[in-house]
Design a protein around this ligand. Structure first.
Ligand code: GFB
Length: 426
């Protein structure tokens, strides 16, 4: 394939490769001549919903930092075909827009993002809509011992086989199952560093529409600082899901923001640093099962051992109700209940019609919202699903000892190392 690296000259400047001799003025003239540019991205197919949310943040923060320099829009990759979304009776789970799960207007208050449909409606129809695809890959030598860490990227040969192939003049590929999407050029870029390093790739390109595949290879620019948390706070859930969770909390758990002493202004920009000793009168547990049973075998408890730990904590808290968020199949949940028969044990089970409407992703979010409002939360070791709940609780200002907890595996025993605390920063 034709290589951008061969066709343009580079200068190394501050570790970034930029076009030689180009001044800031040249750059800005060029930028305005192109008008709006679009950045699309995709993530390693097996990754789950909540890891993908983290990858979004890396790119959104990058775009947030770029927004005063260049006119880019980050195109939100539609949701679909996730390995964990296995329900058969919810219709097709492909090309799902972000508004099904998130409040896109809230996201836009942090970074210039648009839905894929909006992008598709605004690009020229007669040419492949994507100009250039860069597939990020780790350097071959990245795992070599003694190799010093250094931010770097290079466009070079693809190390592994890629899911794009040339058909006529354009490349076809997965493209979120859109049949009409194709690209003019596809290249691999070995990449080691933070998302800001993507600037180098975008700056050597003259294209209007660029896609970054395997965006998870890029690391966070600003993990844990106030910008990170602004981005995180802008990821408000879609209103209809918040309302479903509210009505479950009210009807089943005697919980509402007022009663629980939780503040959440409609606009995340109006949030302040809160502290609360409240929370709904229930213990919430995220019990990750399925692939974690073999992926994290030592740290994931069997059902009896999970129940033993839950019982101990709920007795200490003097509560009676347990809310379980889980990917466990029905029979596992039923078994867990038999081990906790002295308590009221609940799970969010939408009607078939509601589930069809909100799909697996919506059910997952409702579970997360309910967990995040509890008086006390226990999660699962290294699950990003649990991490996202912990972050919600940080935003609402819960006491950290009610948030950063996890179940121990039988092999590890009790106590086991508890999750790292990532405190919110304003
Ligand atoms: O969200 P996620 O990335 O978390 O992937 P992990 C797990 C998916 O399983 C969720 C479902 O997005 C849901 O679809 N799921 C898990 C749940 N727990 C619950 C729950 O309590 N309620 C509901 N409704 N659904 C990582 C994956 O999973 O595990 C990685 O992202 C990889 O790709 C790794 O597979 C081993 O961080 O738990």
């Amino acid at each position: 394939t034709h290589s951008v690296a061969e066709s343009s000259q580079f200068c190394e400047k501050d570790g970034l490769k930029e076009n030689c001799g180009e001044t800031k003025e040249d750059r800005s003239t060029f930028s305005s001549s192109l008008g709006v540019r679009y950045l699309l991205y995709d993530v390693n197919p097996p990754e789950g919903f909540n890891l993908r949310r983290d990858v979004y943040m890396r790119l959104a923060i990058f775009m947030h930092e770029m927004k005063n320099e260049e006119n880019w829009r980050l195109v939100l990759p539609p949701w679909g075909q996730l390995y964990h979304w296995q329900s058969s009776n919810v219709g097709e789970q492909t090309k799902l827009p972000w508004r099904m799960f998130f409040d896109v207007k809230s996201l836009q208050k942090f970074a210039p993002v648009i839905e894929m449909e909006e992008f598709l409606g605004s690009v020229q129809k007669k040419r492949p809509p994507i100009d250039e695809v860069y597939i990020l890959q780790h350097y071959k030598d990245v795992w070599e011992e003694g190799k010093e860490w250094q931010d770097r990227w290079n466009i070079e040969g693809c190390i592994e086989s890629i899911p794009y192939s040339k058909s006529g003049k354009a490349y076809t590929g997965p493209f979120w199952t859109y049949k009409n999407l194709s690209a003019q050029k596809v290249e691999c870029a070995s990449f080691q560093g933070h998302a800001a390093l993507l600037k180098g790739i975008l700056r050597q390109s003259r294209a209007k529409v660029v896609m970054i595949d395997h965006a998870e290879v890029a690391l966070h620019d600003r993990y844990g600082d106030h910008i990170y948390w602004e981005c995180r706070r802008s990821m408000r859930f879609a209103r209809h899901l918040v309302e479903i969770a509210q009505s479950f909390r009210k009807q089943q758990l005697d919980s509402s923001d007022d009663k629980d002493m939780v503040k959440r202004p409609d606009n995340w920009l109006e949030e302040r640093e809160y502290t609360t000793t409240g929370g709904g009168p229930y213990l919430a547990v995220h019990l990750r099962r399925k692939d974690f049973l073999w992926g994290r075998a030592k740290q994931v408890p069997d059902l009896q051992f999970a129940a033993d730990q839950i019982e101990k904590i709920i007795k200490k808290l003097q509560l009676e109700t347990i809310f379980i968020a889980t990917d466990a199949p029905k029979h596992e949940f039923a078994e867990l209940k038999t081990h906790l028969s002295k308590f009221k044990v609940l799970r969010f089970e939408p009607s078939p019609t509601l589930k069809y409407e909100i799909k697996d992703g919506g059910v997952a979010i409702v579970d997360q919202i309910i967990c995040s409002h509890a008086k006390y939360f226990i999660g699962t070791h290294e699950s990003t699903f649990s991490f996202r709940i912990q972050e919600e609780r940080e935003i609402m200002g819960f006491q950290r000892n009610t948030t950063f907890n996890r179940l121990c595996g039988r092999e590890e025993g009790i106590p086991c190392t508890q999750p790292t605390q990532w405190p919110i920063v304003f």
